[in-house]
Design a protein around this ligand. Structure first.
Ligand SMILES: Cc1ncc(COP(=O)(O)O)c(C=O)c1O
Length: 399
């Protein structure tokens, strides 16, 4: 991967910043912005609503974006790809759309982002369900036998992340899928931190739902994805219905159309969907294996560098095979926000706080104030990794 060439596609990097907040949101390359501008300049019209040629072109490009995403994650058809606003909306769609029966169980984990956690707590309250939470060890590693214990014949859904946004640990989703399916349970994978950084094949993963966000994978904000396996499409109710979702409407009844139309009510985020298609093309041209390898190299340089520093506590897996792209740490005696502000003064952008994962930071790490989080992507370099480590060294020296 030619990182210098890649960096040329991101003008914001010319300002001299070191951007290590990619788990929150990535940067966007010119190619994606140009593709979105092409829509506004050349064929800006609504989709699936007009016979005129601008609408026809917009509809084709919008459908093509579904196709590109489907190919990118190994989905059976473009009809299995539903565009939402973000991962959170995708997960809420499943929570409100499944025809729950009282007393059913949802199994999730202590690693989850709030978007894959409180959604289930609310569904449990609303529909009379039970939520069971599987705990990893302090590094974030699971024992599959804990899932064997938690998942039973009452389990309707298992909802797990593939990569933790706090620890960077990779969850053994394939093994969990097998256990879930043995008990007739569905599997939802939160792919927000995985899809941008590693090869994804929904059929190999064995998931029924995969949720992820465009803005973390070079795309614009305001566009997310829910993959829905063909076997579950009919049983899932849309979150919203209205314009565009129907096959027929009578005076007293209506019939919903096929996926994705039935799930995408109203005028969608057209430019954003087209931009996401361009982001997927950009990543595919690089190759997801190369992206993963690069991310692991840079994030591991950060992890190893920080681990050598006194008064710095680094969290997450100790073996590079188990983790990638996210490194969480704390500096003894300093609040994570103080560290992040000191890094900002050195032109380094990181995230600090609880990362929308309070159960994890409180009950697994026992650090309710959260952590400092550095997260990498395709444009980060070993020099930047070194700069971060050296700046943290200076911060520690100044204590
Ligand atoms: C693992 C994980 N799940 C879900 C989300 C929510 O994503 P969004 O804010 O795009 O809905 C995030 C965002 O940081 C995340 O890291």
């Amino acid at each position: 991967m030619d990182v210098e060439k890649i960096r040329g596609d991101f003008p914001i990097l010319r300002t001299g910043i070191t951007y290590l907040d990619n788990a929150a949101s990535s940067l966007t390359p010119e190619q994606v912005l140009e593709k979105m501008l092409e829509y506004y300049h050349g064929y800006r019209a609504n989709v699936e609503r007009g016979v005129h040629r601008l609408s026809q072109r917009a509809s084709e490009e919008y459908e093509e974006a579904h196709r590109k995403v489907a190919d990118f994650i190994g989905a059976e058809s473009w009809r299995n790809i539903v565009f939402t606003r973000n991962t959170s909306e995708s997960i809420n769609l499943v929570a409100w759309g499944l025809p729950w029966r009282r007393g059913e169980k949802i199994v999730t984990t202590l690693l989850e982002h709030h978007s894959n956690y409180i959604v289930w707590l609310r569904a449990a309250r609303r529909f009379g369900l039970e939520v069971e939470v599987v705990r990893p060890n302090r590094e974030g590693l699971f024992n599959l036998s804990d899932f064997e214990q938690a998942i039973d014949d009452r389990t309707r859904l298992v909802a797990v992340t593939r990569v933790s946004n706090v620890l960077g640990v990779i969850v053994p989703v394939e093994g969990i899928a097998e256990i879930a399916h043995e008990h007739g349970s569905l599997l939802l994978v939160d792919g927000a931190q995985a899809v941008p950084h590693m090869e994804t094949d929904v059929r190999k993963l064995g998931c029924d739902f995969l949720a992820f966000s465009g803005h973390k994978m070079l795309g614009p904000t305001g566009i997310g994805v829910l993959y829905i396996a063909p076997t579950v499409q009919e049983e899932l109710e849309p979150l919203c219905i209205g314009g565009g979702t129907i096959r027929d409407v009578g005076l007293e009844d209506y019939e919903l159309g096929e996926s994705p139309e039935r799930f995408e009510a109203g005028t969608p985020a057209i430019a954003e969907a087209i931009g996401l298609g361009a982001a997927v093309e950009y990543l595919e041209a690089l190759g997801m294996r190369e992206v993963e390898e690069h991310d692991r190299r840079i994030s591991w340089a950060i992890r190893e560098g920080l681990m050598e520093l006194e008064k710095v506590e680094v969290y997450g897996p100790k073996d590079p095979e188990h983790g990638m792209s996210v490194v969480s740490f704390n500096v003894e005696g300093l609040n994570p926000h103080e560290v992040a502000l000191a890094l900002d003064a050195a032109n380094i952008m990181v995230r600090s706080g609880h990362h929308c994962a309070l159960p994890l930071v409180k009950h697994l790490l026992n650090r309710p104030q959260g952590t400092v989080r550095a997260s990498t992507y395709i444009y980060n370099t070993l020099d930047e990794a070194e700069k971060l480590v050296e700046t943290v060294r200076e911060i520690v020296k100044g204590l």
